[in-house]
Every structure is written in C-alpha cells, then in structure tokens.
Write a protein that binds this ligand. Structure first.
Ligand code: HEM
Ligand SMILES: *[C@@H]1O[C@H](CO)[C@@H](O)[C@H](O)[C@H]1NC(C)=O
Length: 490
C-alpha cells in the first residue's frame, strides 16, 4: 500500500512538473487534454481511428486544441472555419510539412511531398507546370487518360461478366497513367514490371495504414525496437527507386532537349539549364525522389477512390441508373467520353464529388507544420509545431452536407439539378500544399468511371442492402472492405 501511495505521489509530481514546464515554456499553445509524462495523450487516441478520436476531443476542447503525441505537442484544427483560416488565410505560415517518422527515414527531405522551404517551392512549381502543359504539341494528359480508359475497358471485358475483386485492374489503370507521364511507358496488364511495381506499392500502403505506423508516429523509438516492418518498407521503396533510377539513366542517354517526351525529360532539361548553379534544386537526386513521390501519391489514392466508388454505386443502384441515363443522353453508347462532356453532366460530376466526400480518403490530411511562430486565434504556435487538419470534419460537416453519413449526390446538386460547388469539398486539401495531382485525379475519376458505366452494367453478388460500405481500415488513408462485382457488357 505504502509503495502504491509513494508511486502515486511521484507520478503526480512528474505530471505537475511537466505541466508547469509546458505552461512556462510555450505559454500560449491551444488547450487540450492533460498529457501524461512521456506518453502524452496516447490514452485518448484510438490508433485504429485517429480521426474519430480527434472529433471526440474537439467536442471537449473546441475547434483548435493541442494533443501530445508522446512528447511532441501537435495542434489539431477541426471544422471548416479553423482549417480554412490556417490553410488558406495563413497559407504561407501553415505550408510546412509535418513529420511522419517512417517517411522521413525513406525520403530524407528530398523531392516534393516531404520537402520544405526553397526546395519544395521550386519543385512544386515545376511539377504543377509540367503536369499542366504535359506533352505540349504532342499528347495531352487527357489523351493519355483516354487511352488508358480503353485499356481498362478491354481488361474488364476479359472478366467475362463473372464475379471478381476489382482491386488489381483498378490499380493498373492509375499506375499506367503515372508511368506514361513520368517515363512514357505504358504496360500491358500482365507485364511483370507493372505487377512488381504494384505489389511493392500495395505492401507499403498496407504498412502505412497499419496501427503500427500510427504508434511509430507517436513514439519513433518504437521503429528501432521492431525494425522488421520498417526495413520492409525501406526495402520496398528502395526497389521502386532503383527501377526509376534505371529509367532516368536511359533518359539521360537518349535526351533530346528540343523534344521532351515526359516528366523525366522536362526535369533533365532543368538540370542542364541549372548545371552551373551550385544551389540548384534540379538535381538527379531530387528528380528521383520527386518521381517516386508522384508514384506514392498518385496511384493508390486514385485506385482506392475508383474501387470505393464502384462499391458505392452497386450499393445505390438508383444512383447508377441516373448516371447511366445521363451518359446515354449526353455521350451515347459509342463515342468515347472526354473532359468537355463533364460540363454537360452535372449528375455525374455530383456523383464523383460525393464519392470523394463520402469516403474521406485522407481523414486527417498529411501533417503540416508552421514555418514560423504564428499567432492563431490568440494562441501562439511555435515554429515547427506539427499541425493536423481534420478533413473529415470538413467533408462531413452536417450543416453544409445534411446527413453527412449518407451517400447522396444531392449534396452537390441544386433544386434544378445543376452542379453545386462547395467550399467544403476539401478531399484534395486546400491552400499552398493542396494536392498537386488534383487536375489529373479528377480527370481519371471522371473518364474512368464514365467509360465503365457506359460500357458495363454493374452487378453485385449480394443484395444491395447486404453490401457493407464501412471502411475496412483508416490509417493514413481509408480503405473500402474487399468485395466482388460483375462487369456485364451492355
Ligand atoms: C483521388 C485522388 C487523390 C486524392 C484524394 C489526393 C489527396 C491529397 C491530399 C489530401 C494531399 C495532402 C495535401 C496537404 O498536405 O495539405 C495530397 C498531396 C499530394 N498529392 Fe494528391 N491526391 C490524389 C491524387 C493524386 C495524384 C493523381 C497525384 C499525382 C500526380 C498526386 C500528387 C500529390 C502530391 C505530389 C502531393 C504533395 C503536395 C505537396 O506536399 O506540396 N495526388 N493529395
Ligand atoms: C472511424 O470512426 C468513424 C466515426 O465514428 C466511422 O464512421 C468510421 O467507420 C470509423 N472507421 C473505421 C475504420 O472503423
């Protein structure tokens, strides 16, 4: 008994001490649950559903609060107002990238997603421009996606209308799009290169979504005690990088500066132009990491949205019927869909937005960091503090989207059936760090889903009412449960 009392006293002293130190040092961080020494607020966080834990805490502490991930204070922004105020109104200050320890160990600050400062600015500007004007004179990004849409349809035909898990085929299409943008290669869906790239990436996505990584984000030392998973992740990303490095070397040998073929060529031209600048960010190393970032950010995201989207469409046959009626009316059965069609297809546009809103692919966004000491709503957030923005709280706001937990394209339609934009649509985040691939992703989602619904009738193997649409896991991204579907040619 005495020992227990003694230990209790010690613990309380430590607690008071840590609280006191926090108050005096950082004075004005937003309020939040009292952290325990060393472990911080881990007990208040469900590592299987961080976004849900943050929503609960916001009910107690308001839209701006601090949680301690281990020893590290992290400011959480919950709800449209706070997220918009930070990411848009104070865009520059909130444009830093917060740390994800596992990714830090593999990316080392190179490339685009995990860089900051001058490097991030220059590479981001270059990437946005190149993705926008890609193939000037030759093939546009749209043609690239359209071509892949036809391959996708051919692959789906080969399933002979029998039940299949679409995970593989729906992964190939976005992978091929990224490959053709980066190194102008398009793979057959049975190509060994494509299969092994997809396998490596899938394994890493699963690692990133595991509770293990959420724990490591809080206690980085954990990674060193259980190095197996970390090493697997690093080995996979090294394999992807060595494949890309091979492609870069081939490109260096065959580069024609007057005739850039793809992203790598455009980057190599910048490398040449800046070769006398010692501080240039256009180096082979940054090219390698940027290309691997586009792989990591651009494939799984689009593939998961397509796969979750089709699940929602078989769950809601009435929505699917309305989309197909619109496709028949605007495009017909034979012409290939193009981006111009979208402006005449408000219902389809609303369906794609609603899929993205409903599935809430990246619930707590990628972590940001403040680039200097920032005054925010009477609090003072010290330079370098990690910022988590709850995209769930914006996408599932119940005033903007009544019944946010229900899949309803009406969330993006006005009374006369016109498409209705919403500032709350932050599936791609907002502000200066907003997704670089937004334009490309929206093109893929529209063209792939439209052509699938134009060429096939979707059939579920179970009754719609028995289809489960709750996410299987939500770590860094939400994943749909696995399911079977039939693609019946029309
Ligand atoms: C449905 C598909 C997609 C969704 C939902 C999505 C969502 C996101 C989100 C939430 C972020 C974090 C933004 C932030 O930090 O505030 C992000 C960043 C990023 N995305 Fe996407 N994305 C998608 C597709 C793509 C594609 C196709 C590409 C490739 C071209 C891509 C490339 C990137 C890059 C490079 C970043 C990092 C930007 C930076 O740090 O400055 N994404 N995306
Ligand atoms: C996380 O919590 C939210 C809110 O309760 C819920 O809708 C979602 O399905 C949960 N995700 C997982 C993977 O359990």
């Amino acid at each position: 008994m005495d020992l227990v009392v003694f230990l209790g006293l010690c613990l309380s002293c430590l607690l008071l001490l840590s609280l006191w130190k926090r108050r005096s040092r950082k004075g004005k961080l937003p309020p939040g649950p009292t952290p325990l020494p060393i472990i911080g607020n881990i007990l208040q966080l469900d590592v299987k559903n961080i976004s849900k834990s943050l929503s609960k805490l916001s009910k107690l502490y308001g839209p701006v609060f601090t949680v301690y991930l281990g020893l590290k204070p992290t400011v959480v922004l919950h709800g449209y107002e706070a997220v918009k105020e930070a990411l848009i109104d104070l865009g520059e200050e909130f444009s830093g990238r917060g740390s994800v320890p596992l990714l830090e160990r593999s990316n080392k600050g190179y490339g685009l997603v995990f860089s900051s400062g001058k490097r991030w600015k220059e590479i981001r500007r270059f990437s946005l421009m190149t993705l926008r004007n890609f193939g000037m004179g030759k093939r546009s990004i749209e043609e690239c996606v359209q071509q892949e849409a036809h391959c996708l349809v051919e692959e789906l035909r080969k399933t002979n209308a029998s039940p299949c898990d679409p995970i593989f085929i729906l992964g190939c299409a976005p992978c091929n799009v990224i490959c053709s943008i980066i190194f102008q290669n398009h793979f057959d869906y049975t190509d060994q290169n494509l299969l092994s790239l997809l396998k490596l990436m899938n394994e890493n996505v699963n690692i990133l979504n595991s509770p293990w990584v959420q724990v490591c984000n809080i206690f980085p030392v954990f990674m060193d005690y259980f190095p197996g998973i970390q090493n697997k992740y690093l080995k996979n990303s090294d394999n992807i990088k060595s494949y890309l490095l091979e492609k870069i070397k081939e490109h260096q040998e065959s580069l024609d500066i007057n005739n850039p073929r793809d992203f790598i060529d455009h980057f190599l031209i910048k490398v040449k132009q800046e070769k006398h600048n010692l501080h240039s960010e256009f180096t082979i190393e940054n090219l390698l990491y940027t290309a691997s970032d586009l792989f990591a950010a651009g494939i799984h995201t689009t593939a998961t949205t397509l796969r979750y989207g089709l699940l929602l469409l078989i769950k809601h046959p009435e929505v699917t019927a309305k989309v197909q009626e619109e496709i028949d009316r605007v495009i017909g059965r034979h012409r290939s869909p193009c981006m111009q069609d979208r402006s005449h297809m408000p219902y389809m546009d609303a369906v794609v937005h609603e899929i993205q809103r409903y599935i809430d692919l990246v619930p707590t966004n990628l972590p940001h960091a403040v680039t200097r000491d920032v005054k925010f709503r009477n609090y003072l957030i010290p330079k370098g503090t990690t910022i988590l923005t709850s995209l769930t709280s914006v996408l599932h706001d119940d005033k903007e989207f009544p019944n946010p937990g229900v899949f309803d394209p009406g969330h993006f339609l006005d009374e006369s059936g016109n498409f209705k934009k919403s500032d709350y649509f932050m599936a791609f985040s907002a502000g200066k760090r907003m997704c670089v691939g937004e334009g490309l992703a929206r093109m893929e989602l529209f063209l792939f889903l439209t052509i699938i619904l134009q060429k096939f009738t979707l059939k579920s193997v179970v009754e719609p009412k028995d289809i489960n649409i709750t996410p299987a896991t939500s770590g860094l991204t939400s994943l749909p449960p696995s399911y079977q579907i039939c693609f019946i040619p029309v």
